[in-house]
Design a protein around this ligand. Structure first.
Ligand SMILES: Nc1nc2c(ncn2[C@@H]2O[C@H](COP(=O)(O)OP(=O)(O)OP(=O)(O)O)[C@@H](O)[C@H]2O)c(=O)[nH]1
Length: 317
C-alpha cells in the first residue's frame, strides 16, 4: 500500500533558452522507462506551444498566453485541481523562461494543494554561456536582474548547463558568481544538454519546513518581465534556412530566443527550429497536425518595426 498518496512534483525553471525542455524530456523518458506515468504542465509565453510535437503521447496540460507565476496563476491552480484525481505518478512543471519560480512554489504550498502534492525539488537551469553576459545586458533592467537572481536563489539544485559552449576559465567565473548567490547546501552540477544523473536530479531536496510566509514579493514580481515579450508570426509560406538565420542574427540584440515550425523552401519538409545563444538548430518533423507553421520571437524591447522588417525579409523571398 502506498503510505504517501501525494503526487511528487518537480519544478523546472531557468531563463529563456537555458535548457528546461531538454531536461524535462530526459525526465519524462526516465519515468516512462520505469513504468511511471508523468503528468506535465507546460507554460509558454505565446498563444500556442510550438514545441507540442516533442510531447506526443504524453499527458500534458499547457498554460498559454502568459506565465504561470502571474497572469495565469489561476490556471495553474485549476490545472493542479484537475490533477488531483488523475492517475499520475509524478508531476513535472516547466515554467516559462521569465517565470519566477517562487510564485509557482507559492501555489504548490497553498494548503489546498499541499494535501495532494509534494514538492520534491526546484530544479534551476543556468545557461553557462550567457549568464554573465545577461547580467550586463540587463544592467538597466532591475526587474530582469531580480528575476535572474530569483531563478537561481530559489533552486534546490542548480544545473549549470551548456558548458560545452564555454571555456573552463569562464565556467569558473560563472560558478563563483552563482555560489555567491546560493545557499551552501545547494549543489551545482555542470552539464551539457542537462545530463545530470537522474538519481541526483530527482532527489527530494525540498522540505516543507522551508516554507515561510514572507511572500511579499508578489507585487514586485508582477512586473519582472515587463520588457520581455513573445511575438508569434504565422509563416505559411516556405522559408530559406540561410535567410532565417541571417534575419535572426540581425535581431540578436533584441531576440534572446526564438523557436517555431517552418517549412523549408526547396525542400518542402517541415522542421522544428530552436534559436538560442546565437545558434540555430533544425530538426525535421512530420507535418504538424492542426498547427500552422509559425515563428515565435522572444526578446527584450522588441519593437514592432523590427519585427515587421524581420517578417517581410523572411517571407518575401
Ligand atoms: N550547445 C548546447 N545546446 C544546448 C544545451 N542544452 C540545450 N541546448 C539547446 O538549446 C536550445 C534551447 O534548449 P531548451 O531545452 O528548449 O531551452 P528552454 O529553457 O526550454 O527554452 P525556453 O522554453 O525558450 O525558455 C535547444 O536548441 C537545445 O537543444 C547544451 O548544454 N549545449
Amino acid at each position: 500500500m502506498n503510505s504517501n498518496p501525494k503526487v511528487p512534483v518537480y519544478v523546472i525553471s531557468g531563463f529563456l533558452g537555458s535548457g528546461k525542455t531538454t531536461v524535462l524530456l530526459h525526465m519524462i523518458s526516465h519515468f516512462r522507462n520505469i513504468g511511471k506515468n508523468p503528468g506535465i504542465i507546460l507554460n509558454e509565453l505565446g498563444d500556442e506551444n510550438v514545441e507540442n510535437h516533442l510531447f506526443e503521447g504524453q499527458q500534458v496540460v499547457e498554460l498559454l498566453n502568459g506565465c504561470i507565476c502571474c497572469t495565469i496563476q489561476d490556471d495553474l491552480k485549476t490545472t493542479l485541481k484537475g490533477y488531483i484525481n488523475e492517475e499520475v505518478d509524478v508531476l513535472l512543471i516547466e515554467g516559462t523562461g521569465v517565470a519566477n519560480p517562487l510564485e509557482i512554489k507559492d501555489v504548490l504550498l497553498d494548503p489546498l494543494y499541499l494535501e495532494h502534492f509534494e514538492l520534491q525539488s526546484m530544479i534551476s537551469l543556468v545557461d553557462a554561456s550567457h549568464y554573465l553576459e545577461y547580467q550586463s545586458f540587463f544592467n538597466s533592467s532591475k526587474e530582469i536582474r531580480a528575476l535572474l537572481k530569483e531563478q537561481v536563489t530559489s533552486a534546490n539544485i542548480l544545473v549549470l548547463n551548456k558548458i560545452d559552449l564555454v571555456s573552463e576559465k569562464e565556467l569558473n567565473k560563472v560558478e563563483a558568481k552563482l555560489a555567491d548567490e546560493l545557499d551552501d547546501h545547494v549543489p551545482i552540477y555542470r552539464t551539457s544538454f542537462g545530463e545530470v544523473p537522474l538519481e541526483l536530479m530527482l532527489e527530494k531536496r525540498f522540505h516543507v519546513r522551508e516554507v515561510s510566509h514572507s511572500h511579499s514579493t508578489h507585487e514586485l514580481h508582477h512586473h519582472h518581465h515587463h520588457h520581455i515579450e513573445a511575438t508569434k508570426l504565422r509563416v505559411e509560406s516556405p522559408v530559406k534556412k540561410d535567410v532565417l538565420e541571417k534575419q535572426l542574427k540581425k535581431l540578436s540584440k533584441h531576440v534572446i530566443r526564438a523557436k517555431g515550425i517552418i517549412q523549408l523552401a526547396d525542400d518542402s519538409r517541415y522542421f522544428e527550429f530552436q534559436y538560442a545563444a546565437g545558434q540555430l538548430r533544425l530538426n525535421m518533423i512530420e507535418k504538424p497536425d492542426g498547427l500552422s507553421p509559425a515563428v515565435v520571437l522572444i526578446g527584450d524591447k522588441l519593437e514592432q518595426d523590427k519585427v515587421e522588417r524581420f517578417y517581410k525579409e523572411l517571407t518575401e523571398q
